[in-house]
Design a protein around this ligand. Structure first.
Ligand code: IMP
Ligand code: MG
Length: 335
């Protein structure tokens, strides 16, 4: 038997997917964590036993001791991968026999990084070679992990891992978010992979296996990139960015902040078929004590924390998610 819970980001990434992964791994039993999309453009900041770790490739699940797999929906920078393993080991996190790469995962080469470094500015990419690596994959001229000798000890066949004799319970941990999705995001200001439930299924998971789908959003919105961003540099958003520590883990860039976009949430909730929702960073809005949302281009002032929570619960219920399955979380609760 194969079952899977999937975590998706409903906005532009950075909504605290790692925290949800942590919560789920403590409350459910998983045999595997699967990172299902993206490259080292993503950044996880993890506080583990008093130490801070920043990872780009390694899923948060690895910190909880669960066998972790980087799936073929991802692109992998071998140097970055080895570097992160070294950092975790140095910090006392055991990785041996716990981290694997699907043998058909494509690799980010030096040439991909150089190209993205030279041309990524126009789109505001993270310059980690993500776009060129996916382009070459689809152009059928890419390099796969099984062609890189250093990666040999980590390689596995996803089919054997998920469809062998043993029961598997998989937690699917994604990168980026719906607004950055190659098909549903603000093209061309998007990443080059699939940031939806479908993106998780592409990694050898049959749809019947899907158990829960957890959508994660902040109670406000952030964005880093070159697309126009409606609201910026207002004093309130400066304060939100500071309180929310809205700096990219990969690039160090300060993220633009705005009110939560209900239209984006409606699309991402319906298209992902969510069963559960986590709305993060409520304590950050409490710092400014402004409770606003954007809906159909209008700004709506909900005045109080209670008013905003009720509004959000009501909308998620309308979009098919029971209020019992919607949680609010706080930035100060580190993992
Ligand atoms: P790329 O994925 O590096 O090609 O960048 C394309 C767009 O996705 C840019 O706007 C990046 O800022 C954005 N992006 C990529 N990864 C992340 C992430 O992990 N969090 C937030 N934005 C991201
Ligand atoms: Mg991040």
């Amino acid at each position: 038997m194969i079952t899977a819970d999937i975590i998706v980001d409903l906005q532009y990434g950075d909504c605290a997917k790692g925290k949800v992964a942590h919560h789920l791994s403590r409350t459910r039993e998983y045999t595997h964590v699967l990172r299902y999309n993206g490259g080292c453009n993503a950044g996880h900041t993890i506080f583990h036993e008093g130490q801070k770790f920043v990872t780009h490739h390694l899923p948060a699940g690895l910190f909880f001791g669960t066998t972790s797999i980087i799936g073929p929906g991802c692109v992998l920078d071998p140097m970055q991968f080895m570097k992160e393993i070294g950092e975790l080991e140095a910090g006392g996190v055991k990785t041996e026999g716990k981290i694997f790469i699907a043998e058909n995962t494509h690799v980010i080469t030096d040439a991909h990084k150089e190209e993205d470094g030279a041309t990524g500015e126009a789109l505001g990419t993270t310059k980690r070679g993500n776009g060129p690596a996916y382009r070459d994959k689809y152009a059928r001229s890419g390099v796969r992990a099984n062609e890189i000798p250093e990666l040999k000890p980590y390689l596995i066949d996803i089919y054997d891992a998920f469809h062998g004799d043993k029961d598997v319970q998989i937690l699917c941990e994604g990168a980026q978010g719906f607004g950055l999705d190659i098909d549903w995001g603000d093209y061309p200001y998007v990443t080059s992979s699939h940031c939806t439930v479908a993106g998780a299924l592409l990694n050898g998971i049959p749809f019947q296996a899907v158990n829960e789908v957890w959508g994660v959003a902040k109670v406000y919105e952030t964005y880093a990139g070159k697309r126009g961003f409606e609201i910026s540099n207002d004093a309130v958003f400066e304060k939100i960015a500071d309180a929310g520590e809205e700096y990219g883990a990969t690039t160090g860039r300060r993220r633009g902040c705005g009110w939560i976009n209900m239209d984006l949430l409606e699309r991402s909730t319906k298209m992902n078929g969510l069963t559960h929702v986590v709305l993060s960073k409520v304590d950050v809005l409490r710092e400014v004590d402004e409770w606003k949302v954007r809906e159909k281009g209008e700004e709506i002032d909900l005045k109080t924390e209670e008013g905003m929570k009720a509004y959000l619960l009501e909308h998620f219920e309308k979009w098919g998610v029971s209020p019992d399955n919607v949680r609010f979380s706080e930035h100060k609760d580190k993992i």
